[in-house]
Design a protein around this ligand. Structure first.
Ligand SMILES: Cc1ncc(COP(=O)(O)O)c(C=O)c1O
Length: 406
């Protein structure tokens, strides 16, 4: 096990320099890493601005527009209402709509009072860590996993216990791993299913076993379901189906293609609602009014149909890129069954994935994310491909990589 906040990975020279000059900044910043992929993305933009065509598979967001009814609802709201603060836990109408979504989608009862609308799932994750983590507390999470999670924990002056996972457990935690890595300071376990960067899901019975261990230890389970809706050929069920003492995180960003609207939600266990609300009032006042009015239309059958069409496109894109990457020589021992990513072992080509990403960008015009962003477990041998792009763009990316790698 590895404690993230005790480590400081190599930063770029400019980052280190700017830290030196920022005398007086809070110590917690020492354990917060920048997104390494941002260096790739910034360079990709520079190249693009100077006329070089770049196939960008680095950014983790849908390529499709926000569905029509959502946009129409936003325009109507902007024309007819003044945009104001709303209750910290969200507009009643939207909380009710989310509650009904759980009923309609999974057949489970999630009362409106437990639903908190937040500024993206990022807001939900920050507030969740805010109510669960005291200085020195530890939160178990898999390595690799979504980078911001460990930084939400550091912001609360806790530590992430990064547990290396691999193909044998579908790149996910198991009850045994949680049990083995639990310490007296551990207060929570965080999982994401499907996961960023691996695109793999955690089976409901495995999640149930993890929950059992966490409860027996007196801790709390947090389940990030932000990529629900973007799964291929597997049964999708919320963790709320088997327990109501779990924090479940979700978002309008991915399935509903609304990254820029900054809207998500948390389903909060009963005992924590008041604390969650108090913190939300103080940190955010409320989530954006226009986004909340628009998001009610996300659950309209016409919108859901549009998003299901997007889902089938994602599947085509995944199928295409997965086969091509394997053919190129990337090792992908577990096929991703959801999210919008392929996590690939690039050791055949390089043992320094960051350098590999830089070279691929400079010499082949393809931008991808280095493993370093997602943890330390064999990070230098892995890269992440984000595939929401039209097939002709993916085809061009593969063509360039084939030429470069050969
Ligand atoms: C696993 C995971 N959780 C949470 C987020 C945050 O997303 P948002 O704040 O847009 O809902 C992301 C974004 O990529 C993610 O991959």
């Amino acid at each position: 096990m590895f404690f993230w906040s005790e480590n400081k990975l190599n930063m770029s020279a400019s980052q280190a320099k700017s830290d030196e000059t920022l005398m007086g900044q809070a110590r917690r910043l020492e354990s917060i890493e920048p997104f390494h992929v941002m260096r790739i993305i910034t360079r990709a933009m520079e190249l693009q601005n100077s006329g070089t065509d770049i196939v960008n598979l680095a950014v983790g967001e849908p390529d499709f527009p926000t569905p029509k009814l959502i946009v129409d609802a936003a325009v109507k709201a902007l024309r007819t209402d003044s945009m104001r603060y709303l209750p910290a836990l969200g507009a009643e109408e939207l909380r009710e709509a989310i509650s009904q979504w759980y009923q309609q989608r999974y057949g489970i009862d999630v009362p409106k009072r437990r639903i908190a609308v937040t500024t993206g799932s990022s807001g939900a994750l920050l507030l969740t860590m805010g109510v669960l983590v005291s200085p020195g507390d530890k939160v178990i999470m898999s390595d690799p996993s979504y980078p911001c999670n460990r930084h939400f924990v550091s912001t609360m002056e806790g530590q992430s216990s990064l547990v290396p996972v691999g193909p044998d457990s579908n790149y996910q935690l198991t009850a045994e791993l949680v049990e083995k890595n639990w310490t007296d300071h551990t207060v929570a376990v965080m999982v994401a299913s499907p996961s960023n960067p691996t695109g793999t899901s955690i089976k409901l019975d495995v999640l149930r076993d993890i929950h059992r261990v966490v409860r027996a230890k007196g801790g709390t389970l947090i389940v990030d379901e932000i990529y629900h809706g973007i799964t291929f050929g597997e049964d999708e069920m919320s963790a709320l189906a088997f327990a109501d003492d779990i924090f479940v995180i979700n978002s309008f960003s991915k399935f509903f293609s609304m990254t820029g609207w900054r809207l998500g939600w948390a389903v909060v266990p009963d005992g924590f609602i008041n604390s969650f609300e108090k913190l939300a009032q103080n940190l955010f006042i409320s989530s954006p009014d226009v986004a909340q009015k628009a998001a009610v239309a996300a659950f309209h059958p016409e919108t859901v149909h549009e998003c299901e069409v997007y889902r089938s496109r994602y599947q085509e894109q995944r199928d295409f890129l997965l086969a091509e990457l394997k053919d190129l020589g990337f090792k992908i021992p577990v096929d991703p069954t959801g999210a919008i990513y392929i996590y690939a072992d690039c050791s055949e080509f390089s043992k320094d994935s960051f350098q590999f990403c830089q070279d691929l960008l400079e010499k082949a015009g393809v931008a991808i994310a280095p493993g370093l962003d997602f943890g330390v477990n064999r990070a230098s041998e892995h890269v992440r491909f984000s595939y929401p792009k039209p097939i002709p763009v993916l085809t061009e990316g593969v063509k360039r990589m084939r030429k470069y790698l050969s």
